[in-house]
Structures are given as structure tokens and as C-alpha cells.
Design a protein around this ligand. Sequence first.
Ligand code: ZN
Length: 346
Amino acid sequence: MATGYVYDPIFLEHDLRGHPENQQRLRQIMSVLQQRGMLERLAHIPAIPITQERLERVHDPRYIEQVRRVAERGGGNLDMDTYVRPASYDAALMAAGGLVEATRAVLDGELDNAFALVRPPGHHALRARGMGFCLFNNVAVAARYALAEQGLDRVLIVDFDVHHGNGTQDEFEGDPAVMYISTHQYPHYPGTGYWNETGSGAGKGSIINVPLGGGVGDEGFARIFEEIVGPAAWRFQPELILVSAGYDAHWDDPLAYMQLSIGGYTAIAQALKDLSEELCGGRVVFTLEGGYHLEALAYSVLNAFGVLVDDTGWRLVDPLGPSPRREQPVDEIIERVRQVHGLSRG
Ligand SMILES: [Zn+2]
């Protein structure tokens, strides 16, 4: 058994020079994994294009067709931030398909756990609209696959990207089979994710939003995982944990104002791996979302793999160090979220 990674060169072809979500992100990750001898410790999972049936569980066929046509006619923009290039449709099919393959391999017991290094990212993509650099909602497609084809009853999605995963919340807010927990800067793009958004109908309580003012760092995140994510996951008893892994909450990221360090991100990876071992036989699958400081991104991913492959304690590699600024307190928001969701102390 091993830790798997998804990578395919087609993910580099979805690219726009000068856009923060460009191919350099994945190039830098692969180069650091290579240099540090990590790739040879991992099992490569070949990506395959997502089938129409699997994609249509999450996306409107007319929207899928729209993305295909925009790519086919040479590219264009879905909104101000979200570009489509000629190869983007195929890359997006492979991104969603790659994550489903990783999920399948872990659920079938071929791998211990996995990290899908895919682009374009997904957590902002809505049923009938791409936005926020995202074309298809990879993590939502993988969760739907696990429920529909693997017979799972409960999937937990943890999203620590600095932006709220509005697309993922939208997909599952009425569905008690999927718990979605997101930590994000608020108010910030895309504007959703306040603590009072907790799901609706049968899904009431299965959306847990932890909106954070700027300046929350390693200590704050450690407490949030200890006092909110852990107890909520224990109560939910997931059979699989999917992780929307965004590294744009790093203190030097250009797109937001959080203060996580690479060490803080690594502690989060460890907390999620521990939870997966306690609750669901270690079945955890990470998928790449944001992260726009190339070095912070690449080393955070390296350390996440270190945690995933190693059960004796990975030695942190952090060329950037801790945030130079003081952290903002999180007591109030933790108290608020615990109260809203009835999470008991201890
Ligand atoms: Zn983000």
C-alpha cells in the first residue's frame, strides 16, 4: 500500500500568462517533489477523462457543453477571473476524472491515501456556471461518485482554501450525506460562507462555515481543527474524507491576508490524516485548489505528502518560516460556530 498522486501534463495546458492560476503553480510543485525525492516514494495514478454521466451528477449538461464550445472555438472568459483556453475543456475533464480515480483507488483499497495534483481547480464551480478560476467542481464530482457508485452513506469534505467553496456548499447544502466544513477569509471572494449558512432541509447542520477575519495563523487554525473540525467529524462519522486543499491562506500569498505558515499547513494535513485513521480506515484524498505563492504552495504540498506517506513523524521542510506578523484571536468565532452547531466542549 502506498500514497498516490494524480498528475498529467495536460494540466499545464490550461494556462494564461499573467493570471495567478497558471501552469507555473503545478510546475513548481512537481519540481519540488522531484528535487526532494518525494515522487519516487509515491504511486502515480493516471488520470482519465471524467465520464459525462459522472460529471452530470454535479453539472448541467448545457453548461458542460458551453465549456466545450468555448474551448473549441479557441478559448474565452466565463467571467472576469475565469478563463478557458483551447485545452481547458480536456484538462478540466481530466482534473475531475483524476480525482475520481484517486478516490476509487483509495476506496478499492489499492492505495492508503492520495493527493490529486490537478488543475483547473474546482470548489467555486456551480452547477451551471464556472467562476473563481474553476470550471468543474472536482471535489463535488468525487463525493457524488463515492456516494452513487461506491455505496458510501457519509462523505466529509474539508476545505481549507482561503476562499469559501461556494460551489461545493451549493451542491450539498440540502444533502445530509455530505458534510462540508470550510475555513476561509470573510468577508472576501466569493462573498458566501458566513457562520449562519448551515445547510437547508434534510441537510440542515451539515454545512459548517468558519468565517475568519484576516490575520489568523498557525495557532488559530490548530484550535479550529481541534475544537470544531475534529468534534464535527467525530459526530458525523464519515466513511471517506475529501480535502479541498488550497494554500492561499499562507502569510505571503498575494491573494489574501491569512497568516498560516508551511508548518501550520503541515499540522492541518496531520490533523486530517489522524482523523481519517480514527474514523475511516485512513481513507483521505486531497485535491489541489488555490495557492498563489509558488514556493509556499510547492513546499506545503511536499509536506502534505510527507505526512501522508509517513506514520513516524515527517520532518518539516519550510524555506519561508513563520509569519512575521502577530496572529488575530479566534476565540469568538470558535465559540459562535460551536454554539450554532451544538459541539460540546472537550
Ligand atoms: Zn482560494
